[in-house]
Ligand binder design. Structure first.
Ligand SMILES: Cc1cc2nc3c(=O)[nH]c(=O)nc-3n(C[C@H](O)[C@H](O)[C@H](O)COP(=O)(O)OP(=O)(O)OC[C@H]3O[C@@H](n4cnc5c(N)ncnc54)[C@H](O)[C@@H]3O)c2cc1C
Length: 468
């Protein structure tokens, strides 16, 4: 009997996991990755011996199977890292996750009293609607605390007012966190709050290690992982996809397979189907949008900057949103222990005034803002490098749910195409959930029946309020 074949689009966490499971189970599998580096949003870049994580990826999961897979792939190379991350606001550092005594001490009696009054007001007279992020948060934290700790950062992240962000995002990320739970935790040390994850796993050379290991395993089982191979068209006939047109280097190759699993953004998947789906589906895909992200890597000639893994910057007078201190994730990310490497993260839109700056202007901006915040001196900056990431965050705007439902219904009519991962499902999936969708999609190929759209909808989750 012929072995079934599958083409996986994208060598990010989801695609590689799907391909590994397929290869392990005897399917002939090929992965096509558009970029020259594998790992997608969770790749590790390197520059002059320094490793840069595109964002700082914590390996944290409640999904046992994924936890076991991480352990199987990297075991001794996975470090257990203790977490320290603080919020920088109004010239002061606040422990994050919020810690009652530290917050009250930092704010002083007057401000703390005003916060409590505002909180009580929101309990007695909550806003009747909870459609938006602003309403959802105000009802749980009170207006004053919400404005202080959540509004500025969230607006930097999304680039739109919190009154236009759907409550789903907050509900999905921070279910279970409220002022009451923070207070209860402080008083009774219950620590049931999901955001209080105070440690995580991390590959000693960054997440890229995990993806390289997966690639080795896939290829060891006879699978193929092609890089610089962009799927530009998916031909369909009836209810099936028959072949993919792949641009490899300067050439175009047609690859047919029995099954197709895609982790490319939903917008692009729809646009690349040939023939195109009905207009309503194409319009729905075109209406989805994404937030982009730039990380400016700075190398500094000193190693004593700050103890945090990362700092959230809530001050509105700088553009930077978050600062990673990579040596505090793993010392092996920094080749010279007398130096430090930081990642200053700027959330933006492709083509906007941040995105359009030259790399040199961005390095200068990052050095200047670091100094302005008092977290380092610009004269200590020895070198800098810029990494740009379009489509970093799928945007949950007022209509995305409807658009995704329209696309999903159409894709459901294709019997041998599945879409997985984060942008592939336009869902705020972290690595574990992205990988889980890949795993389940492969099992569907093998005859099981899993609804991928149920992943990351009901499981309780640990994530934190501010963002990834
Ligand atoms: C700033 C930031 C911080 C994060 N922090 C964390 C964290 O701490 N912990 C955590 O668990 N998760 C974190 N995440 C989420 C994590 O990065 C994602 O869940 C994960 O990378 C998604 O994997 P994926 O395979 O679905 O998609 P991606 O990583 O986006 O991979 C998709 C791949 O498909 C390729 N591709 C696209 N189109 C085509 C095409 N037409 N042909 C061929 N290839 C194509 C892309 O080049 C890409 O490599 C973070 C994300 C960001 C942006």
């Amino acid at each position: 009997m012929n072995r079934p074949s599958a083409l996986v689009i994208g060598a990010g966490p989801a695609g590689l996991t799907a391909a590994y499971e397929l290869a392990r189970r005897g399917v002939l599998v090929e992965v096509c990755e558009a970029s020259t580096v594998i790992g997608g949003l969770a790749r590790t870049e390197s520059y002059k011996g320094y490793y840069f994580d595109i964002g700082g990826h914590r390996f944290l999961t409640k999904v046992h199977e994924i936890d076991d897979l991480w352990d199987d792939l990297l075991s001794a190379d996975l470090l257990k890292v203790s977490r320290l991350s603080r919020i920088y606001y109004d010239g002061r550092f606040f422990n994050y996750p919020l810690d009652l005594s530290n917050t009250l001490r930092n704010l002083g009696i007057r401000e703390s009293t005003l916060i409590m009054l505002s909180y009580l007001r929101s309990r007695v007279r909550p806003l009747p609607d909870e459609e938006t992020f602003e309403q959802w948060m105000t009802n749980r934290f009170g207006d004053r605390l919400y404005r202080m700790f959540f509004k500025t950062y969230t607006e930097k992240l999304w680039g739109i007012p919190c009154s236009q962000i759907q409550a789903d995002w907050a509900a999905q990320r921070i279910r279970g966190l409220s002022v009451a739970s923070v207070i209860t935790n402080a008083l009774f040390r219950t620590n049931h709050v999901k955001t209080l994850a105070n440690g995580f796993l991390y590959p000693r050379l960054g997440p890229g290690m995990m993806w390289e290991r997966l690639r080795e395993r896939i290829e060891g089982l006879g699978g193929l992982v092609r890089t610089d191979a962009e799927v530009v068209r998916l031909r369909r006939a009836g209810d099936r996809v028959t072949a993919a047109e792949v641009r490899i280097g300067g050439q175009t190759l047609e690859i047919s397979a029995d099954h197709f699993i895609s982790s490319m953004p939903l917008t692009e998947l729809v646009r690349r189907l040939d023939p195109l789906p009905p207009d309503a589906v194409v319009e729905a895909a075109d209406a989805l949008s994404y937030r982009a992200f730039i990380i400016v890597g700075l190398i500094l000639g000193r190693d004593d900057l700050f103890p945090d893994n990362w700092v959230y910057v809530h001050s509105a007078d700088v553009l930077v949103g978050r600062i990673q201190n990579f040596g505090n994730w793993s010392s092996e990310l920094v080749p010279d222990p007398q130096t430090a490497s930081l990642g200053l993260e700027y959330f933006c839109d492709v083509g906007d005034s941040i995105w359009s700056r030259s790399d040199q202007a961005l390095v200068e901006l990052a050095g200047k803002e670091l100094q302005q915040l008092g977290l380092g001196r610009s004269e200590d900056v020895i070198d800098g490098v810029v990494f740009r990431q379009p489509q970093a965050y799928p945007i949950y705007d007022g209509s995305y749910r409807e658009q995704v439902a329209t696309i999903r219904e159409f894709l459901g009519s294709l019997s041998n195409l599945q879409t997985i991962g984060r942008n592939g499902m336009h869902r705020y999936n972290n690595m574990d959930h992205s990988m889980l969708t890949g795993l389940l999609a492969s099992r569907n190929v093998l005859g099981e029946r899993h609804d991928l759209w149920r992943v990351n909808t009901e499981q309780s989750y640990y994530e934190e309020i501010a963002a990834e």
